[in-house]
Write a protein that binds this ligand. Sequence first.
Ligand code: NAP
Length: 211
Amino acid sequence: MATHFYTAASLDGFIATAEHSLDWLFAQDFDVAGPMAYPAFIDRIGALVMGASTYAWLLSHQAKWEHSQPAWVFTHREFSVPTGADVRFIQGRPSEHVDLINASAEGKDVWVMGGGDLAAQFARDGVLDELWIQFAPVTLGAGQPLFPRALQLDLIDVARNRVRHRRVHTQDRRVGHPLDHAHRGPPAGSSRTRVDRGTGSGLFRIDPSQR
Ligand SMILES: NC(=O)c1ccc[n+]([C@@H]2O[C@H](COP(=O)([O-])OP(=O)(O)OC[C@H]3O[C@@H](n4cnc5c(N)ncnc54)[C@H](OP(=O)(O)O)[C@@H]3O)[C@@H](O)[C@H]2O)c1
């Protein structure tokens, strides 16, 4: 079994805006059957771990609790628990709780959902194995950080989640797009290939010497 920090980030390293919005993320064009997408990932997960802000976000954005796995929430606050959810509130260092968390996963992997600081606490305690980061083609300028800790990682794999090309007529070309200034483009009336939006994913393993 392994413990993963699986998340999506902006290009400038934020996983949510300062106001905890994920609208920039849900505006992306995901292929749920594509590489490193969520459905295949969640199949291997036996327990969830998250911080208080992430749990609060789920409570306010999910009509009903969507997870069957035990969910461990690091917090000092008191929260409600949705009907039917297995939510366990804890606090302190991840290393104090990791045996119980791993046992609750019943042989499957553990998903540290976020935030970044909690994932960094797991790394600091030597109980985080991998980071799966889906980079959305957007910058936020500020927000909740992806991983506020210096760490040496090994790049294991990369993937483009959405690969779809289509021919478009140059009259469809957006005037004023920054890339348009980088080259003159094809002559008017010809066609060119347009690549739809998607995310670029990276799978990173934590160098054991960093633990
Ligand atoms: N882009 C994505 O795919 C993605 C994925 C997951 C989450 N998110 C979003 O990213 C944001 C993350 O928010 P965040 O950076 O504030 O992180 P967070 O980990 O969700 O919440 C941080 C809070 O958790 C509690 N906490 C953390 N470590 C603790 C510990 N060791 N013991 C006890 N309590 C602890 C503290 O709250 P208290 O002390 O007040 O309890 C802390 O302020 C959320 O908006 C979430 O929805 C995005």
